[in-house]
Structures are given as C-alpha cells and as structure tokens.
Design a protein around this ligand. Structure first.
Ligand code: MG
Length: 267
C-alpha cells in the first residue's frame, strides 16, 4: 500500500515531470538529450496513481493475418528476425506449436525489414507458473521503429508504476484501463502506429502517434509519443527513417514470455 506521504510525493513528482515534458516539447535542439536527466534516478519517472480500472476482456477469436499483411511469425521459423544487437540470426526458441519463446541470453530480436506507418498484430503469453513481481514479472516490450516501447508485462495481479504497466507507452503514457489476462492465457495487442516526421534540425515536425488495442480494449488512443523510451530521465530524439519492430529480452529472472501470430500491414 502507498501511504499518504508517498501519494503526495508521487503527485508532486508527476506534476513536475509532466510540466517539464511540456517544456521539453516546446524548444528542443537536434539529437536532444535533456541535461535534466543528469542525476535523476529511475524512480523519478515512475508514477503510482491513479490506477487504471481493471477490465475483463471478452472472448477473443483467433485473428488470422489479412491478405495484404506481411506475416512476421507464423510459428514455423524466425527467418524474418535477427538479433537486435548485431544482426546475427535471432536466438529465441521456436517451439513447434506455433509459438516462440524468449531466450534471455540471446538478447532482443528485431525484424529484418523496416517499417514506417503500420498496423501490427502480436500475441503474447506469460507462463502460468510465472514468479516475480513489479517489473520483474513477464517483462518484455514491443519497440516501434526500434525506439518507442509498448510495454509487455504480466499485470493480471501484479502492481507496478502505472506508466510501466502492460499497454503503457513505457514511462510516458498510462494505459486507459487494465484488460490483462491471467498468466497462461494469450494476450493480444493490435497497434496502429504513425511514424514521426522531422525538421531539418532533427526536431519533431510531427511526433509519433500510437493507438493500442489490448485484448479488444482500447488502452492508448492516438497517443503522442514524446520521444525514445528511457528507463532514467527524459525521452530523447533525433531524426530517423523507417525502423524495425524489436521485441525485448528483459533481464529480469522471471520465467520467459512467448509470442505467436505476428503480422504487420504497411499503411
Ligand atoms: Mg519492457
């Protein structure tokens, strides 16, 4: 439980941080890294209230890929993926039942192809036996253009900072509600992404925007992404073109997460 003083602290910290975010958007140089990040701790960008309401999602039918989609993973192989670090083959396990599972030592994986605006479908599941708590419980993530993270985490009965919950834009935007299914069941993300455009000096002409439907429930409604995902301090940015879809291998000790049925449509 969070006591009153902690609630006050969180509120003040949230107010200062969001105010600073507004300032950060108004006047920003290229390849921007905010000097105010210096000396910040991770906790200074973690907020605990208000909690998104819990929503029980409806039954969900299997969503096959539409005819114009690029199938990124159909269960058979990882040919469309490579290591996120150095471009070598993706080292995650393909299980023979239509799923793949994170191999933590292999690190992140990313698509070999790069994308601009897109619609992405991806399903994920944490093991029924999962242990751990907070961010150390089924943590992964979908990095849009390799930079902007839609958080993946078991939040069925697991509390953490609200801007780090499943369906958050990590440390930037809290999900509208919490429709997470219980461990052992499949969760579905449908993500509609609009890539940013940049001015010549590398600042945003238009920010990235993300809509996330989580188990059929809207959790991000055309949300403006402030910049790159940062564990500590403020988002950064610099001009970029198309980018991959990157899946995170998080370093926590909880049992590894699995994915299946991943497809994307260029928009
Ligand atoms: Mg993550």
């Amino acid at each position: 439980m969070i006591d009153i003083n902690m609630k006050k602290f969180v509120f003040i910290a949230a107010s200062v941080f969001s105010g600073a975010m507004c300032l950060a958007q108004s006047s920003i140089p290229s390849d921007y890294r905010d000097d105010r990040t210096e000396g910040m701790s991770p906790q200074m960008s973690e907020f605990y209230a208000p909690q998104p309401a819990k929503v029980t999602p409806g039954a969900q039918a299997e969503a096959g890929a539409p005819s114009d989609a690029i199938v990124l993973f159909d269960g058979s192989n990882l040919d469309r993926w490579c290591s996120g670090n150095d471009g070598v083959p993706a080292g995650w396990s393909v299980n023979g039942d239509g799923t793949m599972t994170v191999v933590k030592e292999a690190g992140d994986i990313r698509t070999r192809d790069e994308f601009g605006d897109f619609q992405l479908h991806i399903e994920w599941r944490v093991p029924a036996c999962i242990h751990g708590e907070g961010q150390a419980r089924g943590n992964s993530g979908v990095f849009l253009q390799g930079r902007y993270e839609v958080q993946v985490l078991d939040n069925y009965e697991n509390s953490t900072y609200v801007n780090g919950m499943a369906g958050s834009i990590y440390k930037q935007s809290v999900p509208l509600v919490n429709p997470c299914r219980k461990p052992g069941e499949w969760n579905v993300y449908d993500i509609i992404y609009t890539a940013p455009t940049f001015k010549e000096d590398g600042t945003f002409r238009t920010h990235p925007f993300v809509t996330v439907i989580f188990n059929g429930v809207l959790v991000q409604n055309h949300t403006m992404v402030l910049g790159t995902t940062e564990y500590i301090g403020f988002p950064t940015f610099g001009a970029h073109g198309k980018g991959p879809v990157t899946l995170q291998s998080h370093g926590d000790p909880s049992e590894p997460i699995s994915f299946k049925n991943i497809w994307i449509r260029n928009l």
